[in-house]
Ligand binder design. Structure first.
Ligand code: HEC
Ligand code: HEC
Length: 331
């Protein structure tokens, strides 16, 4: 009897010890990153849950979302409404119709526009900002602000950012650049990254892949005649590298678990943005040339760095030089 008890006690004890060490191991494994708290990031509203939107207003918001997700179907080269864009979708660069944290979302738009932007040197409305992407990212034509399409996209973008406090920018909105390198970004190194990690979807010549209907892209182009033009945000290395680091390859990378190192992100950005693409007349941009972003690749500049340095970096010396300029001005 006594012997039997001892056997049971040692079996149970052994099992407990095993369980305990299992738990310890699980919590100590270094590869396991603690996920970032959800409430830190912005949570986009849901059309299904938001029943306050009704009737015509609801229809307009739904059409706006549809236009942003499937732009090409309506506004692409074979679009049912008008042929005014290159065939890309807004969603290609504003993931989940602009609702994904760190996916270049629209969370901050309603709360921050109209606002002054240095690129145009003027106060910009959301209409103007959407048309900027129409003319640059979609290499197309501006929409009339009274058109149903513009009204719908506006209504949707406003609704998406409804809960964001005026003049605030939620974490995870827009694009954050990766950590700056101590060297210039390298198109040669980026070409190797591209072949290994991008080409399978975006194509050997960056041409993307058209869907069977020939109207929209399954994988959007990264360069060539159907891609964004030289005036687009993604043509700046920090925008491209930041977007790609947090989101590409699609569904295999996230802000918390990127698939590329910071170096790879900068290098692949340098490679893609050294390939041919449509150009845009930018003579009206940045009327105050001292306000050009550090990675705006077209001079003239006031900081003494060349166009090549502004295109590929290294960016830290430019940031330093600008800080000094700033100090001298205020002294
Ligand atoms: C090729 C990529 C691309 C496409 C396609 C694109 N955009 Fe953009 N968009 C950008 C980038 C890059 C920015 C600037 C983000 C930044 O600098 O943080 C931007 C910014 C914006 C902003 C301002 C966001 C803010 O917080 O200030 C709006 C609004 C916008 N886009 C709407 C649209 C709409 C609507 C479409 C489709 C008609 C579209 N975009 C298509 C890349 C794109
Ligand atoms: C598994 C397929 C896949 C891989 C691999 C992939 N992408 Fe993408 N990429 C996509 C899809 C699909 C989209 C459009 C997303 C959407 O519309 O929801 C996209 C969008 C983009 C965009 C914005 C739209 C455009 O065409 O300009 C860029 C930039 C981009 N990818 C760069 C890259 C880079 C750089 C790599 C390699 C590091 C990469 N992608 C790897 C599928 C992929």
């Amino acid at each position: 009897m006594l012997k039997q008890n001892w056997i049971i006690i040692s079996i149970v004890g052994g099992l407990l010890l095993l369980l305990f060490s299992e738990i310890m191991e699980a919590t100590n494994t270094p590869e396991q990153k603690i996920p970032e708290l959800k409430q830190d990031a912005w949570i986009a509203p849901s059309l299904y849950l938001d029943r306050s939107l009704e009737g015509k207003e609801r229809e307009l918001v739904i059409y706006g979302e549809e236009l942003i997700a499937n732009t090409s179907k309506y506004l692409g080269p074979k679009g049912s409404v008008a042929a005014v864009t290159n065939g890309m979708n807004c969603q290609n660069c504003h993931l989940n119709a602009g609702r994904k944290s760190w996916g270049n979302n629209y969370g901050a738009v309603a709360a921050n526009y109209p606002k002054f932007r240095d690129r145009s040197g003027s106060i910009e409305t959301v209409y103007k900002r959407v048309n900027d992407c129409m003319e640059r990212s979609l290499n197309g034509k501006a929409l009339d602000s009274n058109s149903r399409e513009m009204q719908a996209m506006m209504a949707y973008i406003k609704w998406v950012g409804n809960d964001v406090v005026k003049d605030s920018t939620p974490k995870g909105s827009g694009i954050q650049p990766p950590v700056y390198l101590d060297r210039a970004a390298s198109p040669e190194k980026g070409s190797i990254v591209y072949s290994a990690k991008c080409q399978s979807c975006h194509g050997a010549n960056g041409e993307g892949l058209l869907a069977a209907d020939g109207k929209s892209y399954t994988y959007p182009p990264l360069w060539g005649s159907n891609s964004y033009n030289s005036g687009a945000g993604l043509f700046r290395l920090s925008r491209f590298a930041g977007y790609v680091r947090d989101n590409m390859p699609l569904n295999q990378a996230s802000h918390n678990a990127p698939a590329l190192s910071d170096e790879e992100a900068w290098d692949v950005a340098a490679f893609v943005n050294s390939r041919p693409r449509p150009s845009k007349d930018l003579s009206g941009d940045w009327p105050n040339i001292s306000k050009k972003p550090i990675d705006h690749p077209f001079g003239p500049y006031t900081d003494g760095f060349s166009e090549t340095e502004h295109k590929y970096g290294p960016f830290k010396p430019i940031i330093e030089a600008r800080k000094k300029q700033q100090k001298q001005k205020s002294a």
